[in-house]
Design a protein around this ligand. Structure first.
Ligand code: MCN
Ligand code: CUN
Length: 785
């Protein structure tokens, strides 16, 4: 008998079709809003129309009079139960329902629970809130002004609008390096506020059963176990009486990591009413109040030697955090901040300082397809790389090539504290340049310029730390960051795999089965994957920061190997030989020296229930918790070519080449889908998307007329290539990939447009590169921010 063909059984490397799509394309998904429970009530949120105001009175009496209204909750009622404020990831507090002031437009003020959502909305309309307007603060500049109003006057000891300060790197060494520089290159940028905008908004159904005292919550969360822990610890409910279920999720992109007031209010409402309470957020609620990414200002300098080597970087970031600090805590989650900047380059030394500012906006910097601030780190890095090449008068590809970490440099310690363990950066860059036809493009570009046409080429090379984390360095609310998998092989060799991660569209039901197929030879189609139910799945930290493959994926390998170890004992029994003489090939165990004498994994499974050796515990199942030794370090090289129309400022993407090295690919098709999705978001951010606020703190971009999502029509085509450098510590050599393209992509587009303007003196146009901004820059020959 020959070994199984791994691709045929849907193992590692198979572009297996996504099994979850069978229900999604038939409209048979089970999203939170599809769930209808007997006796279910509906909740709506009354939001603040003002960005900054003191609440002088709330009159809910008219709402209570509306037939069908069952409950009206105010901040005061939450406060009576100690639930008016909740902790954030960064140990700040966030208002659940406002008690004293409103601090951003769209903030949650009251909720109404009623027989249907329309009555609940009417109830919200009937509430009268009187506000005493306060001066709104809409950017860090206003926030740190001496006469700025104190936004967080609820916090003891808070004297100004600073929410954090931190620094990393070696200040003294950086200063010495700058003193020796031949050239100092400078850059100032703003990465605008943007929104993950999943197609499904957030929502929850809380179902507290007064008879059993059990609380079940169906909700759109990327991390159900953390929610259970938070409810147990914060609301002091017994953990075994809380069940969190994440059903199908219509996109997360980071938007569904935080805990939102709607979840908390629906839980309290259900406990008070003893009936299920459903809250489904509307689009404006989602766009105006939940999980914003970015909003960071950067001033940076690079010390350069005239031969093109980078001696040091110095950066200062001012971040606009909004009214509540819900971003990562640098001491707890340093991958989430700028620490990963320049990790792929050999830069000697560097120093970063950052200051966070409270403003009258919804919490910002939360996460949008990035590990918090990694996107900004990579964008700033790659914009600075291009500016430095221009200042040195060097070819931008060559400048990158000589500064990238060389293959023999690994493991390499970065100036901001990481250990980068593997990569073939030079090879990725060369592959990308060859694919786009770099040298020929430069010729064509020069020739086109003589005829008044503006072509540009932009490169972005980056590595991103993915897979938080190792428990030495990463925790959430004190819980160490690991992940888990539980595998149960039934007697006929079919299996169920339960995982602590939670897919929001990434295809886990497809790819996790492939890891089992690879480790055990059980066809992927014979493995059912279940995620998202805390009553059944082992404790895991959820899906974000592209951690599922690095951490949960590793746990799946490890649990399958435990099962294989038991199968080996069973095979020894079946084959009547000693365990040491049993050899493994995919899906089969056989006697060393007598390969025809073997037992398949399915035969071993049957034996585990029907014919186990004396003294052996029946069954074939196990659980594994995996604590990774390091992060994984995927690498990417993205190259865009564009043409800018000088008459209109419109720019078109001519070609886009992506070279991704995410280690071993479990499912190449799923990986390509991830990369294309990320590049689409990168294109959206660089060309059309931002969410801004007017001077009054009114949000511009709270609907899809103002906040643009690219369709297939405007999205350029992407040409994908791969390099495989296996992760040295991951059981199957895989690295994370889910965010890479969204993180590294924007700089490629933006650099390309700037390259097309390289003779104009324009150094920086802030994203999004709307045609009017590009046109203005061309007219004036000046930067546009
Ligand atoms: N994969 C693979 N081989 C690898 C790496 C990954 O086959 N070497 C597969 C994985 O098995 C998985 C997918 O690619 O099916 C993504 O894996 P991974 O990089 O581990 O990322 P996560 O599963 O942890 O997903 C999180 C990541 C993040 S943080 C955001 S934000 C994001 C993203 O995924 N949100 C998404 N991609 C998304 N895709 C969809 N459709 N919807 C979202 O909300
Ligand atoms: Cu950062 S957005 Mo994803 O980590 O869920």
């Amino acid at each position: 008998m020959t070994a199984l063909d791994e691709i045929k059984i849907g193992g590692l490397g198979a572009s297996r079709r996504r099994v979850e799509d069978a229900r999604f394309v038939r409209g048979r998904g089970n999203y939170t809003d599809d769930i209808v429970l007997p006796g279910m009530l509906h909740m709506e949120i009354l939001r603040s129309p003002l960005a900054h105001a003191r609440i002088t009175s709330i009159d809910t009496s008219r709402a209570w009079e509306i037939p069908g209204v069952r409950l009206v909750l105010t901040g005061e009622m939450m406060a009576q139960r100690n639930l008016a404020w909740m902790p954030t990831l960064s140990y700040d507090t966030q208002a659940v329902l406002a008690t004293d002031k409103v601090r951003f437009q769209g903030q949650e003020v009251c909720v109404v629970v009623a027989d249907d959502p329309y009555i609940a909305k009417d109830g919200c309309d009937a509430i009268v809130v009187e506000y005493e307007p306060l001066t709104p603060v809409v950017n860090p500049l206003q926030s740190r002004a001496a006469d700025a109003p104190l936004i967080r006057d609820d916090k003891e000891g808070q004297v100004d609008n600073t929410c954090y300060r931190w620094e990393v790197g070696d200040r003294a060494a950086t200063e010495r390096a700058f003193a020796q520089a031949d050239v100092v290159s400078r850059m100032q940028l703003h990465y605008p506020r943007s929104h993950p905008s999943p197609i499904e908004c957030c929502g929850s159904i809380a179902d507290f059963d007064p008879a059993t005292q059990k609380l079940t919550v169906y909700m759109t969360t990327q991390a159900p176990h953390i929610i259970r822990a938070a409810v147990a610890l914060v609301a002091e409910l017994p953990e075994h009486m809380i069940r969190i279920v994440s059903p199908d999720i219509g996109g997360g992109f980071g938007n569904k990591v935080p805990v939102y007031p709607g979840y908390v209010a629906s839980i309290l409402a259900s406990i008070l009413l003893g009936r299920p309470v459903k809250w489904i957020e509307d689009r404006t609620g989602n766009l105006a109040s939940t999980g914003f990414g970015r909003d960071m200002y950067l001033a940076a300098e690079m010390a350069l030697r005239s031969d093109g080597r980078i001696l040091a970087v110095r950066m200062h970031a001012d971040t606009d955090q909004g009214a509540f600090f819900a971003d990562a805590q640098p001491t707890k989650f340093k991958i989430g901040l700028l620490h990963s900047a320049f990790a792929c380059y050999d830069i000697g030394t560097g120093h970063i300082t950052a200051q966070g500012h409270y403003t009258n906006k919804a919490p910002g910097g939360v996460a949008y397809r990035c590990s918090f601030r990694v996107t900004e780190a990579m964008f700033f890095q790659e914009r600075m790389m291009q500016a430095a090449a221009v200042d040195l008068g060097m070819d931008q590809a060559e400048f990158r090539r000589i500064n990238l970490l060389r293959d023999d440099a690994f493991p390499a310690r970065t100036p901001f504290g990481f250990l980068v363990d593997s990569g073939q950066y030079g090879k990725c860059l060369r592959l990308g340049l060859d694919a786009i036809g770099y040298e020929q493009f430069l010729v064509d570009q020069a020739e086109a310029r003589t005829r008044g046409r503006r072509l540009g080429i932009g490169i972005s090379t980056m590595t991103e730390p993915l897979g938080a984390g190792n428990s030495r360095e990463y925790d959430i609310l004190g819980i160490k960051m690991f992940d888990s998998a539980e595998l149960r092989v039934h007697m006929t060799g079919k299996a169920i795999l339960r995982v602590g991660a939670k897919s929001q569209g990434q295809g886990h039901e497809t790819t996790w089965g492939q890891i089992v197929a690879h480790e055990l030879g059980i066809p992927a189609a014979d493995v059912i994957v279940e995620e998202g139910d805390t009553d059944t799945a082992p404790f895991g930290m959820g899906t974000y920061a592209s951690r599922s493959t690095p951490v949960a994926g590793a746990a799946i390998s490890m649990v399958a190997r435990k099962v294989r170890a038991k199968a080996r004992k069973l095979a020894a029994h079946l084959l009547e030989c000693s365990e040491e003489d049993v050899e493994w090939e995919l899906g089969r165990l056989y006697v060393r020296g007598a390969p025809h004498r073997g037992a398949t994994i399915q035969e071993c499974a049957m034996a585990a229930y029907s014919n186990m050796p004396d003294g052996m515990e029946p069954g074939l199942e196990n659980v594994a918790y995996y604590d990774p030794p390091n992060l994984t370090w995927p690498f990417a090289c993205y190259i865009a070519t564009v043409e800018v129309d000088p008459e209109t400022g419109v720019w078109d993407v001519l070609r886009f080449v992506a070279v991704d090295d995410c280690g071993v690919r479990i499912n190449p098709m799923v990986v390509e889908g991830q990369i294309m999705g990320g590049l689409t978001e990168a294109y959206a951010m660089s060309s059309m998307q931002f969410q801004t606020y007017d001077a009054e703190g009114n949000m511009v971009g709270s609907n899809y007329m103002d906040y643009l999502l690219p369709t297939a029509w405007e999205t350029p085509g992407f040409e994908l290539h791969e390099v495989v450098t296996p992760c040295p510590h991951h059981p199957i050599g895989a690295k994370g990939v889910g965010e890479c393209a969204a993180v590294g992509g924007p700089a490629a587009f933006v650099n390309a447009v700037h390259d097309a303007l390289s003779d104009t003196g324009v150094r920086n146009i802030d994203m999004p590169l709307l045609p009017d901004r590009v046109w203005q820059a061309l007219q004036d020959g000046r930067d546009v921010s």
